[in-house]
Design a protein around this ligand. Structure first.
Ligand SMILES: Cc1cc2nc3c(=O)[nH]c(=O)nc-3n(C[C@H](O)[C@H](O)[C@H](O)COP(=O)(O)OP(=O)(O)OC[C@H]3O[C@@H](n4cnc5c(N)ncnc54)[C@H](O)[C@@H]3O)c2cc1C
Ligand SMILES: *[C@@H]1O[C@H](CO)[C@@H](O)[C@H](O)[C@H]1NC(C)=O
Ligand SMILES: *[C@@H]1O[C@H](CO)[C@@H](O)[C@H](O)[C@H]1NC(C)=O
Ligand SMILES: *[C@@H]1O[C@H](CO)[C@@H](O)[C@H](O)[C@H]1NC(C)=O
Ligand SMILES: *[C@@H]1O[C@H](CO)[C@@H](O)[C@H](O)[C@H]1NC(C)=O
Ligand SMILES: *[C@@H]1O[C@H](CO)[C@@H](O)[C@H](O)[C@H]1NC(C)=O
Length: 501
């Protein structure tokens, strides 16, 4: 006699059958997940992992330095200033969400007037009169600034699709796949062309690229118009208005996410990861990852079902060894660009910038064009993190200036830049990728259940990008674990989700 299975059961069986090979053995929830790095990438990964995997899984976050990583503050004369990642853009929706759920506040940054210096003179000086700025821009660059806004907006419209995909739980197994799902081949092409070439092809003038685009890249990435078109475009989005940062310091988001995720913070340096086979209580074997780390109490190891790596894989930054993998894991050594942030409390030497009479000088932010004789990328007056609505900024009086340069400033250079100063603090960063073409983004999946977040920095390095990579890795690890292959690398998501609404 033939037994008819009820339809819901058939559906259930079908969905089990569709699962990835070996998926059914993974249908119990994972016991332990390791996240390496407590920057914005690692802490937001812990947050999203908790959302997906539920309250029972143990999440351990390893940190060898301070929670926040490249989000850090520095103390100058009793007040704290952002020393690393500082600016958040209005359309950075994950950062916005974190600040909201964590009960933090993110006031808008008010920047003083901007000048662009080419080593001999200012090629552009902002005025406090809106209409004068418009006329100046038109006079210098024609309609390029306006066109640029539209050009960037078009790219951002596509980029913003990521939030819809992620809110529907879709994930991607490669950076290229993620970008392709957002903007098709155009986005992939942006990765392999400089912003210079990309904007030339789009009809922007050399003058505009040299005097406006390159200086913005130098502030954001310490590199000029030869960085890739994708990072170039997203970092120009709303270059002027609505920029904000977190009151008290951006790193508070990391502390908050860690707390909200109920993850355990393990202060220590991860040295190696090794795959181990262990017998299961129920018979058979299970593969786990053994994480070895050094902490104040000595060397320890711990076993994990899933590992997320949320730090650049680079000997100088994380120095993690993958042991006994067969075949061995590709060891890549991504080269990161050094940027030095120097904080100076003092008076700017206006004659260094061609101003004989300091009383005529009113700029609070100086960008630079590419010129080998310039030893700085930018300098600007900064406000403390406690008080982003600083009183009126007085660039002529003593103020705290933040200088970005490739190398530490020498005493002679300091004396050129400042007519007087009383305190100096310096922070040297391996800050972001050293972008060069051709650009190959590192993989997200390093091994069955080892995921790498920071490859996304090769498309673009920013807090929001780390948060996007974190949510993607949390979703991807979840879907792999439960065999939801229909939630990974879906084509035509944009069309699919349109009709779903
Ligand atoms: C000077 C500067 C200016 C910037 N400006 C901006 C900006 O204005 N806007 C913006 O959006 N972005 C900016 N960025 C970029 C932004 O700060 C980074 O993209 C982002 O903070 C990276 O976060 P992450 O968590 O991916 O990495 P990280 O913050 O680097 O976190 C990695 C963490 O892992 C830890 N770690 C490393 N190895 C190990 C190990 N073996 N064991 C245990 N722990 C380990 C590290 O100590 C670190 O805390 C700037 C960066 C710099 C340096
Ligand atoms: C852009 O590329 C052109 C060559 O196509 C080069 O001459 C120019 O100097 C570059 N501009 C910048 C700002 O890098
Ligand atoms: C990286 O770690 C190895 C041992 O694990 C050590 O010998 C080496 O000096 C470390 N390198 C750096 C740059 O810290
Ligand atoms: C690490 O630092 C050394 C010395 O500063 C440098 O030569 C090397 O290129 C760096 N490696 C990477 C991967 O950045
Ligand atoms: C200021 O800059 C000028 C021109 O670069 C330089 O001659 C002078 O020594 C600098 N220092 C002071 C204190 O003015
Ligand atoms: C960029 O070009 C290189 C070499 O041509 C290629 O290996 C790489 O895959 C390309 N990257 C992308 C994102 O297309």
């Amino acid at each position: 006699m033939q037994v008819r299975l009820p339809a819901p059961l058939l559906l259930l069986l079908a969905s089990l059958w569709r699962g990835a090979p070996g998926a059914s053995e993974l249908r119990y929830p994972p016991g332990k997940i390791a996240v390496i790095g407590a920057g914005i990438g690692g802490t937001s990964a812990a947050y999203f992992l908790r959302q997906k995997f539920g309250k029972d899984v143990q999440i351990d976050v390893f940190e060898k330095g301070t929670v926040g990583g490249r989000l850090a503050t520095i103390n100058v004369e009793g007040k704290n200033y952002e020393a690393g990642g500082s600016i958040i853009r209005p359309l950075n929706l994950h950062m916005k969400h974190f600040v909201k759920v964590l009960g933090l506040s993110g006031p808008e940054n008010r920047n003083g007037l901007l000048g662009i210096y080419n080593g001999d003179e200012f090629v552009f000086e902002e005025s406090s009169w809106y209409i004068i700025n418009i006329l100046k821009l038109l006079w210098h660059y024609g309609f390029s600034p306006l066109r640029m806004n539209m050009w960037v907006e078009d790219i951002m419209d596509k980029f913003m699709r990521i939030y819809r995909y992620q809110s529907h739980d879709y994930s991607f197994s490669s950076i290229e796949g993620l970008l392709h799902a957002l903007g098709g081949n155009d986005f992939i092409q942006l990765l392999n062309r400089t912003i210079n070439e990309t904007m030339q092809k789009a009809g922007f003038s050399q003058k505009f690229i040299y005097e406006v685009v390159a200086p913005a890249m130098r502030v954001n990435y310490g590199q000029g118009a030869n960085i890739n078109g994708f990072v170039g475009a997203v970092s120009m989005a709303t270059a002027d208005s609505g920029l904000w940062s977190v009151k008290g310091g951006n790193k508070l988001v990391c502390n908050g996410l860690l707390y909200a995720s109920k993850a355990q913070l393990l202060s220590g340096t991860v040295l190696s990861i090794e795959e181990k086979t262990r017998p299961k209580r129920t018979g058979g074997t299970v593969k786990l990852y053994e994480v070895s780390y050094n902490s104040a109490s000595g060397s320890t190891t711990d076993m994990y079902d899933i590992v997320l790596i949320a730090t650049p894989l680079n000997r100088n930054m994380s120095n993690i060894t993958f042991r006994n993998f067969n075949p061995p894991l590709a060891q890549f050594s991504d080269h990161y660009h050094q940027t030095v942030a120097t904080f100076v409390h003092g008076r700017i030497n206006t004659s260094s910038f061609g101003y004989k009479d300091p009383s005529h000088f009113y700029l609070a932010s100086i960008f630079t064009t590419e010129n080998p004789k310039l030893f700085i990328n930018s300098l600007g007056v900064v406000s403390p993190v406690q008080n982003t609505h600083e009183e009126v900024r007085q660039p002529m009086g003593p103020a705290v200036w933040k200088v970005f340069s490739k190398e530490p400033l020498t005493k002679e250079q300091m004396n050129l830049l400042f007519s007087s100063y009383d305190s100096v603090k310096e922070k040297k960063w391996l800050a972001y990728p050293h972008y060069s073409l051709p650009n190959k983004c590192p993989p997200i999946i390093l091994h069955d259940r080892i995921y790498y977040l920071n490859g996304i920095e090769w498309a673009a390095s920013a807090m929001e990008m780390s948060a996007i990579a974190a949510k993607n890795a949390a979703l991807l690890s979840y879907h792999h674990w439960y065999g939801n292959i229909d939630m990974i690398d879906q084509e035509d998501l944009n069309e699919k989700l349109k009709t779903e609404l």
